[in-house]
Ligand binder design. Structure first.
Ligand SMILES: NC(=O)c1ccc[n+]([C@@H]2O[C@H](COP(=O)([O-])OP(=O)(O)OC[C@H]3O[C@@H](n4cnc5c(N)ncnc54)[C@H](OP(=O)(O)O)[C@@H]3O)[C@@H](O)[C@H]2O)c1
Length: 229
């Protein structure tokens, strides 16, 4: 049984990941503002706001075999409408929060621990109106690679880059059938991601089945980042 810390996870991909981990018999500690409706043994919830904390609350959780950071944002606007504050807040939730958490838990992550972060397809594929989130997620990708190098062979560090996935974070972009169809059409596989699609990849990266994979940014995006249709 592994002990995995999820920061975020009361909804969306993180909630699906918590359920997958618990089903496989692992212990999950989740730190988020809201407690999800998960009532299982081996599930602990810590009330935690990464924007209002130096993350020191996470430093006494105990030995950890894995970690994933789920908080993120989607603020899509033309550059002229994006205030500097938006860039700062996207960096704060996507990147600086992650850095604070990793620093705080580092002494608890043992030999062979796996860390899984979340980027976005927009970090590597130029997409209009994504300048703020693309920059913040590019920071996450750079951090992934440097940390993977710095912590090898002790830890593995990887990053998942999803395209649009049906979670509360993306609700505004998917709130009617026409928007859904347009977005599905833009993906070679003609569908929007489901939280479980991403959770299953994170589960694999947290498991020993991926024990030779580190320093990777892995697209899970219906073919969007690599195929031209
Ligand atoms: N959905 C997409 O289309 C999509 C696309 C590309 C990348 N991603 C990335 O995938 C990751 C997961 O996204 P998701 O779609 O699953 O989003 P989500 O449903 O909004 O889940 C995000 C989780 O982060 C937690 N969180 C947010 N702010 C927090 C804070 N201040 N302190 C602690 N926890 C906080 C939320 O829990 P509480 O509210 O309870 O705190 C929630 O459980 C994100 O990094 C996102 O950028 C998603």
């Amino acid at each position: 049984m592994k002990h995995i810390l999820l920061v975020g996870g009361s909804t969306g991909i993180g909630k699906a990941l918590a359920q997958e981990l618990l089903q496989k018999g692992h212990k999950v500690t989740m730190a988020s503002r809201n407690r999800p409706d998960i009532d299982r043994s081996h599930f602990n919830h810590l009330s935690f706001d990464v924007l209002a904390s130096d993350a020191s609350d996470l430093s006494t959780i105990g030995a950890l075999d894995g970690f994933s950071y789920l908080p993120g944002s989607i603020a899509l606007k033309p550059l002229q409408m994006l205030k500097e504050e938006q860039f700062k807040s996207d960096m704060e939730i996507n990147f600086f929060g992650l850095v604070r958490c990793v620093k705080s838990i580092s002494s608890q992550l043992g030999e062979g621990a796996s860390l899984v972060f979340f980027s976005s397809v927009a970090a590597q594929l130029g997409m209009p109106f994504h300048s703020s989130i693309a920059a913040a997620k590019a920071a996450v990708e750079g951090f992934t690679k440097s940390l993977a190098a710095e912590s090898a062979p002790k830890w593995r560090v990887n990053c998942i880059a999803p395209s649009l996935t049906d979670t509360p974070l993306a609700a505004r972009l998917l709130n009617n059938d026409k928007k859904r169809e347009m977005i599905e059409e833009k993906h070679p596989l003609k569908k929007i991601g489901k939280a479980t699609d991403l959770a299953k990849l994170a589960l694999f990266l947290l498991s020993d089945d991926s024990s030779w994979i580190t320093g990777q940014v892995i697209g899970n995006d219906g073919g969007k980042s690599t195929l031209s249709i």
